[in-house]
Design a protein around this ligand. Structure first.
Ligand code: GPV
Length: 839
């Protein structure tokens, strides 16, 4: 039975009482109330965490109005909805972000401060929800933010990992990993929805049978069943009434399953089966830009995709929309190939369960999905051995064979007699161990395929997906990535936000292009001074954080030169290191040499199984040890490696950076998004023509960007003509000295073995062309120094970088997805009149 809607409206929680009121007095009362009734604590016994929880619940009460009304509106209207499928959502802390969205940051701060508590400390108390590795997961989070802000009905679908990305620590300079128990003290932002649990099948075999019309059908007889239970988190739009939902799935054992073993006395066996089921959502795979090929990973992928599609059918049918309109109700975006098994699963649901004919099912499937590719690296392109795949998903394997069969017939018509092309395009890779190419399944099952930066999309068309481009050129689009200014400017850089708003008003927060108006102040001496003061303030804050974390004292007047991102050889953190050692060597050779003081700041995790990346981390820490202690350096160079880089730390770093290092080998970084966050906080970029760097340089102007290194084409040519890194080593004395110093054990207390694998790789192979780019990089860094010593010139460039980076808002990116891929319109959510104008 249902309560009539008008009852709901009449008794709708009103903002005039303290439970959801927005005045400072209401907020104080509600906070104390939650401390008492939810945490069951009185102030004398309460921990920082109790205070954080009480505050989080106070905020949650205030967003439920938005959340419930949004859900009611979408349900009533049967609104077209984006379903964003992603194995990762790197959301970052929610409290501060929600305060900004609700426009109650200042009131809440006042209420908490009035009560005698440290507001910043409470914000800091929130554990990071690290359900992602890096760029891909953070992009999903920025996109949810923009979708809500643009009032687009959206469901984010993914996995509620019990352990997110590991916590990084250092032992003797080596990375060590600790499990991330982010849920240990409870998560106030999620609501469990056990009533919407679904069953997911695994394994077993298929049988054929004839239905009532004696049509041939297939039934899947699984040998394992797992329950998926959804947990919902609200995603507030910025200053809108829209609150969308992030729905993450947890695996649980079915209550009744394995009762047989229970009754036969195999109690431990039954419990063991339960443990096995629950392993599915236990831990996030810590690999970035590379696939591990483990069965558990495929299990995770199918688990969340199957849960999500089932959930979408429940919603569809619950709204009385006929099955045949699934693709009109939902636009599904596949965030890389991780959820691409959805193509086969939707076919299975339509054909096997709903008995739709193949052609209609396939047409609906292709109209439902769109696929975003995030990488050109061969090791990241997922391929599942047919063996493994068939054991876990026997019916899906049959369906993929059928899809492939029909597809290859289509290829034969378009390209008669081209056997080589058939082999290249096939969903099945026949070379070596037979495997399924998930990128091919994703391309084929989608109406649109997009890259994440202009260069990346071009390289997809010319290289990685060139045969698909030849088949379906109309499917390919570019959608350059973007980042949300709400988190990465308003929340993390309050002073800069205030200064900008004083000059151009506050519309830029929702229309980032308006930052252009700042150009008028680029030469204004007073504005420049204020701009510099803000940067200096952020650098002071970071300096005190560094001292507290590492004990190192760094000078806020020095240039803060920042390189933060996941560790990967293609991202070339070790090229930065070659530069640092070059400067160090110059000081050792000539202790009185004039040098612009720099603080080098590193951050980032390496995949636990990626040995070379871990060795690079060790080398950074070893160089830091030597350089920071050497009295000859006289503080001119400081090397800091901040452990456990995550969203929280990122928010402290971008505002304090002078120089943003974006130094990947050209043609390797699909886009990058950190590059955009730096630029929007007034850092200047030193970078290669890779990923979105190309577009940043175009937007801010070549004069306001430090460019170095080979182009993609030059890299291809050099590789084709037999690249010989040793030649660079032998002919460049400064480079040789750097490499020899590392090899000699200078940074490792005489140990010549430890860094040998890295040195050998560089001098003999150098697959990422560090030695080829070394001189260009070092020269460009001298240019950086020269510019930095002219404060006015530097500040002007910094202002222009911000003024011209509005393009990199995720709002712009999402608007393009809405217009060109999803064909979806906003839905305005109206709150009951009593609440509309609050606070
Ligand atoms: I594939 N990316 C990532 O973080 N993890 C992955 O597994 C894969 C891609 C990244 C790319 O490396 C970045 O260049 C890009 O900016 C980001 O995805 C978002 O598109």
């Amino acid at each position: 039975q249902h309560l009539p809607n008008d009852q709901l409206a009449q008794h709708s929680i009103s903002t005039s009482n303290y439970r959801t009121g927005m005045t400072v007095a209401d907020l104080k009362q509600a906070f104390l109330d939650n401390l008492f009734y939810d945490q069951g604590k009185f102030p004398g016994l309460a921990t920082q965490h109790d205070y954080y929880m009480a505050l989080a619940f106070t905020v949650r009460d205030r967003l439920l109005q938005h959340w419930n009304h949004t859900a009611a509106t979408y349900t009533e209207r049967g609104s077209r909805t984006v379903a964003y499928f992603s194995a990762e959502f790197l959301m970052g802390p929610q409290l501060g972000k929600n305060l900004i969205s609700l426009s109650i940051f200042d009131q809440v701060k006042e209420a908490i401060t009035d009560l005698g508590l440290d507001f910043e400390m409470l914000l800091d108390e929130e554990p990071e929800p690290g359900l992602g590795n890096g760029g891909l997961g953070r992009l999903a989070a920025c996109y949810l933010d923009s979708l809500a802000t643009l009032e687009i009905p959206t469901l984010g679908y993914g996995i509620r990992y019990e352990f997110g990305i590991f916590q990084q620590d250092f032992q003797e300079g080596w990375q060590v990993e600790k499990t991330d128990k982010w849920l240990r003290l409870g998560n106030p932002w999620e609501i469990k929805r056990p009533e919407w649990e679904v069953e997911v099948k695994f394994g077993g075999h298929t049988v054929t049978y004839r239905d009532e019309n004696s049509r041939y059908r297939v039934r899947w007889i699984p040998d394992q069943i797992v329950m998926g239970v959804p947990y919902d988190t609200p995603i507030l739009g910025y200053q809108t009434s829209t609150a969308n939902t992030l729905r993450l799935w947890t695996a649980e054992a079915p209550e009744s399953f394995n009762f047989a073993s229970f009754n036969s006395g195999d109690y431990l066996g039954a419990v063991y089966a339960k443990v096995i089921s629950e392993n599915i959502s236990k831990v996030l795979y810590p690999n970035d830009d590379s696939s591990q090929g483990k069965q558990l990973r495929l299990t995770q992928q199918y688990f969340f995709v199957a849960c999500s599609l089932r959930d979408m059918f429940r919603i569809l049918l619950g709204q009385g929309i006929p099955l045949e309109r699934f693709h009109e109700k939902f636009a599904v975006q596949l965030n890389d190939t991780h959820p691409s098994i959805a193509v086969a699963e939707l076919m299975r649901l339509l054909v096997d369960i709903y008995h739709m004919d193949w052609d209609q099912a396939w047409s609906m499937t292709q109209r439902t999905f769109a696929y975003t590719n995030h990488t050109l690296l061969p090791e990241a392109l997922e391929q599942w051995p047919v063996e493994l795949f068939g054991r876990l998903l026997p019916r899906h394997l049959e369906l993929i064979y059928e899809i492939n069969h029909r597809f290859l017939d289509e290829v034969r018509i378009k390209f008669p007699g081209d056997e080589a092309r058939l082999a290249r395009l096939s969903l099945i890779n026949d070379r070596g161990e037979r495997s399924i190419r998930m990128a091919h399944l994703a391309c084929l099952g989608s109406h649109t395929v997009n890259g994440v930066a202009a260069l990346h999309t071009e390289l997809l068309k010319q290289d990685v997906l060139t045969d698909f481009y030849a088949m379906y050129p109309h499917k390919f689009q570019n959608k350059t990535n973007g980042v949300t200014p709400r988190r990465f400017m308003v929340l993390s850089n309050a002073k800069l936000t205030q200064l900008i708003t004083e000059k151009i008003g506050d519309q830029w927060i929702k229309s980032l292009d308006q930052l252009q108006q700042l150009e008028a102040y680029a030469d204004d001496a007073e504005f420049q001074e204020a701009w510099r003061e803000i940067k200096l303030g952020c650098k002071r804050d970071l300096a005190s954080f560094i001292q507290q974390q590492t004990g190192l004292i760094v000078d806020p007047q020095s240039m803060f030169d920042v390189l933060v991102k996941r560790f990967h050889e293609y991202k070339r953190q070790h090229l930065k290191l070659l530069h640092i050692i070059t400067l160090y060597n110059r000081i050792k050779a000539n202790p009185d040499i004039e040098m612009i003081p720099r603080t080098f700041i590193f951050g980032g995790k390496a995949a636990p199984g990626y040995w070379m990346a871990k060795l690079i981390i060790k080398l950074i820490n070893s160089v830091a040890d030597v350089v920071n202690r050497d009295p000859d350096v006289r503080g001119r160079l400081k090397v800091v490696f901040l452990k456990n880089f995550n969203v929280k730390l990122a928010q402290q770093l971008y505002p304090a950076a002078d120089l943003s290092e974006q130094i990947s080998t050209a043609g390797k970084e699909a886009s990058g998004t950190g590059n955009m966050k730096f630029s929007l906080n007034g850092a200047l970029t030193i970078g290669t023509l890779d990923g979105a760097n190309v577009e940043i340089r175009k937007q801010v102007g070549a004069d306001n960007f430090f460019l170095f290194g080979l182009t993609t084409e030059q890299v291809y040519d050099l590789r084709g003509n037999g690249y010989c890194p040793r030649h660079y080593y032998e002919s460049n004395p400064e480079l040789k000295l750097v490499i020899d110093r590392i090899a000699s054990g200078f940074f490792s207390r005489g140990d010549t073995a430890v860094f040998k694998p890295l040195i050998d790789s560089l001098v003999n192979d150098d697959p990422y062309f560090l030695l080829a780019d070394f001189q260009s990089y070092v020269d460009c860094q001298s240019q950086v120094d020269l510019t930095f010593s002219d404060r006015t010139a530097w500040t002007k460039m910094s202002i222009l970088n911000v003024a011209r980076s509005g393009f990199f808002s995720s709002d712009r990116a999402i608007q393009e997805y809405c217009d060109d891929i999803w064909r979806i319109e906003p839905v305005n959510v109206d709150l009951p009149s009593s609440d509309r104008d609050s606070p």
